[in-house]
Design a protein around this ligand. Sequence first.
Ligand SMILES: [Zn+2]
Length: 222
Amino acid sequence: MEQHHPSIRQEAVALLDRGMANRAVAERLNVPRGTVSWWRHEARREQGGQGEARRSRLCPVCDERPLDRASYAYLLGLYLGDGYISHYAKHRSPSLLVTMDDAWPGLQDAAEAAFRAVFPDNAICRQRRKGCQNIKVYFKHLTCLFPQTGPGRKHERKIELNGWQQKIVDEHPWEFLRGLIQLFTNTLDTVGVEWRRANAKNISVAKRASVALMDAHIGPKY
Ligand SMILES: [Zn+2]
């Protein structure tokens, strides 16, 4: 193909954008019609790629991009329970990582599905680790979605939900609790209460010493 000055290509793409036909552009700029149609193809591909990249940067908080609220409630529970947001200088975007135990492959899939629903335009990766899998996404606006991120360990910080987060949790309380249940079990571990998972939904605290601990520190509801 004959080499054309980039300014001619730019002019052609501008004319095509304005709706001019390939043949008219070719005649006007004295360029073969095949070249114009190739430029049109390339320009569409580039614009399409940019569209995708732009979408993957859109934020449900800053840009009011639609958010799958039920999946977000679940993911918020997972994040507060066992998730981790890190920001390495060498990466442009922070990452959210959730670790899911191999004992519960169905929950690993549920977590991945929630990632895909909340971040539909971002790549989700799953890393196999010993006894567990990490599910991870890079997203520039993670701290908009999870403003609870901050220095130090989550359970040593004051965690408060923002108004819009509380609204979503109120709408989808069971999704939130399903995610959060891991926080419960991890925290039971740190205070020395022995527990076991009776099934996917129930955590059982049955040992007498553990029940006594719960009674002493939490007590009955009143
Ligand atoms: Zn944002």
